[in-house]
Design a protein around this ligand. Structure first.
Ligand code: BGC
Length: 763
């Protein structure tokens, strides 16, 4: 049905992707071990290994408590990897057991959830994506890798690449939002940050893209529940960031927990073999999510533990992550004897794990320098980089009457109000365990030190928010629940906050969610401000005094009331170790907000999903035919974010009015800073294919660049559009296609950009 050239293009693309996956991510280095040497060493090892030793390489276990609980299994070669050990002394102790006591001296690989930092905690990933600056991601994960590797961690269970279009899903906080193009850029940047120019680069670690794949589409936003994703959405949306990570050379992948179209991701051969290995040429190894192999029975998929192990391995899961002794460790040897899996399959899986250990240089350098780790973890430049990252991630949602930035010296008294404004833990976000809470700068502390001696800064929490309790990690780390206020005290505290606001020149109201209210197993059915926050907001606003609302959260919340009643709203996410200083820099104008939303912000949960790249149908202009009881547009569009300056876009041009299938073109536009402040704008390119083999979305992002422009100056941005940008997976052909068609192009500061041009693609 489609011209041969298009199909050839698709084949060429697969070939290129394959070559890229096998090529080192960066420039070749003399220190980098060659593929030939890796393969030879793997083959030599496998030749000497018993079946049990090979299965040991496929087994990974958590260590939450005492290391001696796993020592025996390590000494017997029954475990090839451990996770959640972070003390360098313990890592060395266990590594000595592996290297000295096992027959073949094979080192362990230590994994950990290094998601948004290790000791220096960076903004949560949904915030990092809001920087629209891949170099911020790359730098953040480079620092995280350096810190984690200094204690002996070799492997990060990140980046998390799940597209999230349902903010009820708590794990939205861990990803880059709703868009495959932005998500892909952030994915590749994180892989580069973790792994460096090649796997085994000094002070870098192995990355693990997760959760492969489709986890973000969990039904009802309920964590772990099944996903049903049509094939074209799978290819065009959900798989895109993973493919980008493979092209960037990611060394491992984690299979997801949930059912994908009725086949669990961890038992899904289509995902792990056909797509990941055959189509994309991924040559790393696959680890299951925690206990996901055993869960194949829970799904109603595997018959028993042994069947679960067989189906996991047959699907392409090389290593099983397990809370205790796993299904692989307990049953795979018998499965080989029983003819359910072959030794060749075990060799292939064990070979992939061993190859990663060889590439990482673990055989040569199994131990870690405990003294050096202390120096690395204390590096002040890591905190500076974190502060800059947090500044670049914040999104200014509203700024009526230029309330922000606060004028130095203009306010003699500032009220800081809100339950998380002085909470170190809540400044950090959901995947933070190795932080030093004492060095974490809360918003109150940051504002106090920025405001200076002449300004009185007073604080009260106003309300309590009931932390989600007990979360999985609260249980592990024995976090006690906080005592709840009585109704009388709750009323008094709100009154206290109102009085404080009334007696202050300006109020900074910090609302949102406690740190553990988003993340794993932290889905919500409503997007309401939690607890009595809405009541506090309205009571404080009723004073008529100027209010700046600062949000700390990992998902959009229902802020419809605030969006019309509060003059200034700054989305700060969970901004990390230096978060309070960064937010203070932004509030007082030492930094200018330039972040943009990586998702469309719904008015309330009833609008979900409301992603910008939707298709259009009957009477699109007739909005009342969508919802009669609420607008059908989001509160804030994808890509949106204000600045202390203003920008105007003009002069959009396409390099050619018409190109052939397979040819590239350029789009250029001018961006002018029309204000008095040097500031950043994120120029965004959207396209719309007017007709094709299937209906195409109203617009899709195909380019972006964050530029700093001095006041009253202009710059030209240029976006290349390649055939790859113009193709898509078509359900009509069940293949990648590039259609001859007419295209709209828009360039601007968010997904509602109206500066328009067009071009055609001819056969
Ligand atoms: C999560 C993964 C995480 C793993 C190890 C699982 O419950 O889904 O994202 O990497 O635990 O902590």
């Amino acid at each position: 049905m489609f011209p041969r050239s298009v199909r050839l293009l698709a084949c060429a693309y697969v070939f290129l992707a394959f070559s890229a996956a096998h090529a080192p991510a960066g420039a070749a280095s003399p220190d980098q071990i060659t593929d030939e040497k890796v393969h030879a060493r793997v083959a030599a090892l496998l030749k000497q290994m018993t079946l049990e030793e090979k299965i040991g390489q496929l087994s990974q276990q958590f260590v939450f408590g005492k290391p001696d609980e796993v020592e025996d299994a390590v000494a017997k070669g029954q475990l090839g990897s451990l996770l959640f050990v972070t003390d360098p002394a313990v890592i060395n102790q266990l590594q000595h057991v592996a290297v000295e006591k096992t027959r073949l001296h094979i080192p362990l690989i230590f994994g950990y959830d290094v998601i948004h930092g290790f000791r220096t905690i960076f903004p949560v990933p949904i915030g990092m994506a809001a920087s629209w600056d891949p170099s911020v991601e790359e730098k953040g994960q480079t620092i995280a890798a350096q810190e984690a590797s200094s204690v002996g961690i070799n492997w990060a269970f990140a980046p998390m690449l799940d597209i999230a279009r349902d903010p009820r899903w708590g794990r939205m906080v861990e990803g880059a939002g709703e868009d495959p193009y932005l998500g892909s850029a952030m994915a590749a940047a994180q892989v580069r940050g973790f792994q460096g120019p090649y796997i085994g680069s000094p002070e870098h670690i192995l990355a693990c893209m997760k959760h492969f794949a489709g986890y973000g589409a969990a039904e009802g936003g309920r964590d772990y529940d099944a996903s049903y994703i049509p094939e074209d959405q799978m290819w065009n949306v959900y798989l895109q960031p993973f493919h980008a990570a493979v092209k960037a050379g990611v060394g491992s992948a984690m299979s997801a927990y949930m059912d994908l179209n009725d086949v669990p991701a961890t038992g899904n051969r289509w995902l792990l073999e056909d797509v990941l290995r055959k189509d994309w040429g991924f040559n790393g190894f696959v680890v299951s999510d925690a206990d996901a192999v055993k869960n194949l029975k829970t799904h109603g998929f595997a018959k028993d533990l042994s069947d679960a192990a067989v189906r996991g391995l047959n699907a392409g899961v090389d290593m099983e992550m397990s809370l205790g002794p796993g299904a692989y460790r307990q049953t795979l040897a018998a499965a080989v004897t029983g003819g359910k899996v072959t030794v060749a399959q075990i060799d292939e899986a064990a070979g992939r794990v061993l190859a990663a250990k060889i590439r990482l240089g673990l055989f040569e350098h199994p131990y870690v320098d405990e003294a050096r780790s202390k120096q690395i973890l204390a590096m002040p430049e890591h905190r500076t980089a974190e502060r800059l990252a947090a500044e670049r991630t914040a999104v200014l949602l509203r700024n009526e009457g230029h309330l922000l930035p606060l004028k130095p010296g203009a306010n003699h008294s500032i009220a800081v109000i809100g339950p998380t404004a002085d909470s170190q833990l809540d400044t950090l976000g959901s995947w933070a365990f190795q932080q030093d809470l004492n060095e974490t700068v809360t918003l109150l502390t940051g504002i106090r030190s920025k405001a200076g001696a002449g300004t009185e800064v007073s604080y009260t929490s106003g309300v309590q928010i009931k932390r989600k309790f007990p979360s999985f990690f609260d249980q592990i780390f024995h976090v006690p629940p906080s005592p709840e206020w009585s109704p009388e005290q709750a009323a008094q505290e709100i009154q206290k906050a109102v009085d404080l606001a009334r007696n202050s020149d300006v109020t900074i109201l910090v609302l949102g969610e406690a740190q553990n209210m988003s993340g794993e197993a932290a889905s919500r059915e409503s997007l309401d401000l939690p607890g009595k926050e809405q009541q506090l907001l309205e009571a404080v606003a009723a004073t008529g005094k100027p209010i700046v609302l600062v949000l700390m959260n990992g998902r959009p919340l229902d802020i419809r009331w605030a969006s019309t009643h509060v003059p200034a709203i700054l989305e700060a996410w969970y901004p990390g170790t230096q978060g309070g200083n960064a937010v203070a820099d932004l509030l007082f104008g030492d930094a200018v907000p330039g972040g943009k939303l990586s998702f469309a912000w719904p008015r309330d949960a009833g609008q979900i999903p409301i992603n910008y790249a939707h298709n259009t149908t009957f009477q699109p202009e007739n909005q009342a035919r969508r919802y009669w009881d609420e607008e059908s547009t989001p509160l804030y569009p994808f890509g949106y974010g204000l600045s202390y300056s203003t920008f105007s876009f003009s002069n959009v041009k396409v390099s050619q009015p018409s190109v052939r299938v397979g040819q590239s073109l350029d789009v250029t536009a001018d961006v002018e800073n029309t204000g008095d402040t040097t500031a950043d704008e994120v120029a965004q390119l959207y396209i719309h294919q007017q007709y094709g083999s299937t209906s195409r979305p109203v617009r899709v992002l195909k380019g972006f660049t964050r530029v700093t422009i001095p006041a009253h100056q202009k710059t030209t941005v240029r976006f290349p559009l390649t055939p790859e940008d113009l193709r898509y997976w078509s359900t009509a052909t069940r293949d990648w296609v590039q259609d001859p068609s007419d295209f709209d192009v828009w360039v601007g500061g968010d997904s509602t950009a109206d500066l328009h041009a067009s071009f055609a693609v001819t056969p």
